[in-house]
Write a protein that binds this ligand. Sequence first.
Ligand code: MIG
Length: 678
Amino acid sequence: MIRKYIYGSPVNTGAIVEDIPLSEGNPLYGCVESTSPFCWHYSMNSDTKIFGLGEAVRGMNKRGYCYESWCSDVPRQDEGTKSMYGAHNFFIVKEKSSKESFGVFFESASRLTFDFGFTDYSDILVSCKDTGVVLYVITAEENRGKETALSNITRQFRRIIGQSYIPPFWGFGYQQSRWGYKTEEDVREIVNKHKEYKLPLESVCLDIDYMEAYKDFSVDKKKFPDMKSFARELKDEGIRLIPIIDAGVKLLDGYDVYDEGKEKGYFCKKADGKTDYVAGVWPGRSCFPDFLRSDVRAWFGSKYKNLTDLGIEGFWNDMNEPAMFYSDESLAAAFEKLETFKGKNLDINTFFDFSSVSGSTFNRLDDYQRFYNRAESLDGQEKPMRHDTVHNLFGGKMTQAAGEGLKALMPEKRCLLYSRASCIGSHRYGGIWTGDNNARWNHMEQEIKMLPGLNMCGFLYSGADIGGFAELTTEDLMLRWMALGIFTPLMRNHSAWDAREKELYRFSQKATDAFRSILQLRYALLPYIYSEFVKAALTSDMFIRPLSFDFEDDERSLECQDQLFVGQSLMIAPVYKQNENGRMVYFPEPMLQLTWKDGKLISQKKIAKGDHYIAQPLDSVVFFVRKGKAVPLFEPSMNTAALKHDKYQLAGKGKYELYEDDGFTSDVHLEGRIRILK
Ligand code: MIG
């Protein structure tokens, strides 16, 4: 059952695709203590748990900290980080009795704060100072059969926000990326090295250096003299290029995208409603398309044609929180401030003041208050809104622009698309990667804990930069993280230009051999992953689930935060601590332990329900088939183009219903597409 309530004057975020009648009175759960500013309060019991909130740090159970939905460019995020790149305002309050558990979605374009027992361990407080909120309260259906309340509430929510984006089959292949591949030669070397070391490879991402002067939709001819034939040459070997597109458009007369945007008035404006807002990003001074407008989305989306004409079928959208290095205003203020230090004897206070000046221009709230978006109110009226009050829609609407644009350009084909910033609603158009993480063990742990929340909020196609984006990764961290990464739909090894080089052949020979074997498992599992992913998207299910979503009356499952179900048949329990060769694993039901090494299944072993120490050597992948389930393992291949769909072995019990299609079709449905594997 879903109830809907409106407070204040929220804008239409586009998150909801179903008509839901308005309910009267107070919300079914919790209490709205004030409407302006909005504040919702709920009193928790001692064992109340909170699941959800999508892209957010800390545990799967979010109780005990405070979060803010405010799409942020947050390199060096950690346990203290309140806001990540996405704004995903859905969570479930899990009470002991499933009748008293409920889900809440706070639909809003504005900043929300979630105090989950932070001020007082027994209170949840959700507040919004800006526009307003449409509140949805979801309770479990009574006739849900064996489904848990957690899973049922999530499914109902997923239905009202619409079907999750489904990438093409090749989007599940292994992506190699680094900010630093500059030229055709660089990319060719990456491809050749993977071949030389017999490492499977599906695609290579192109970071900002492929562009000419960081101009969106341009290609630097000096670095890629003939991108079209290069893309063709790679595609003939089953490898695709995935270029980056940034949110900011370089301010440069004579650059067609800028000229058009300026002339048609497509860029975000200052308070006067006329002057284009300017801020500095990669290309220097830039303007920002107002993605909240449908005409601007259609325009920007059509620009992807420059690259699809060259044979490109996949993109990643970056810096769309939007990230801003400086504005004209904040830069002027910083220079002025710097002047005041000139000739002074800097002591402890003034020195720290002085050293913070240059960083002070970065992603400033007052800069977000200097420009406007045209947003739609609930009655369909378009009006200018100060950016900070609708900030959380910007990145997601850029994804929508790209998703709709690519669909218009290639109606018969699904394209690959993922973004850094997001909001609920944009899960229908693309996936996300979880931004600039670090080469740290606790960031791998963070990914394990974040995946369920992302799945609850519709972001099935997601994953982290494997091995960490920044800093110095290590061979063992890469091995462990790869063993996790092969189970995430988006599987990408990406790093910063100054991070340790971490293509899989950069480590010891032993490690390279192990990486090969791990990647082979990815390709062996790929048809299963694709099949489970499509089924999850079509039935509003989660692809990755915590144990609690299937065993909500089992206290141990409810508390388990570092094991995951992957599709219906598998469970994983990744090792995420350095120098540990295994770990304790909790089995809520008997399972079959599979060990993969040297590119093949080397053992299958029955495990009883309960706790077991499971050894997981660095060069192996250990995973589990659930009770009564089966998983097909196909013959490993070098990429999806080379996959042989008829060569497989089945592990576990019974049969597996494999969803199959041509890997591209935009018409995705289950009927007539299931092959029974026995
Ligand atoms: O401020 O394009 O998260 O993946 O390599 C850095 C360069 C801009 C941030 C992205 C990262 C990408 C980088 N970008």
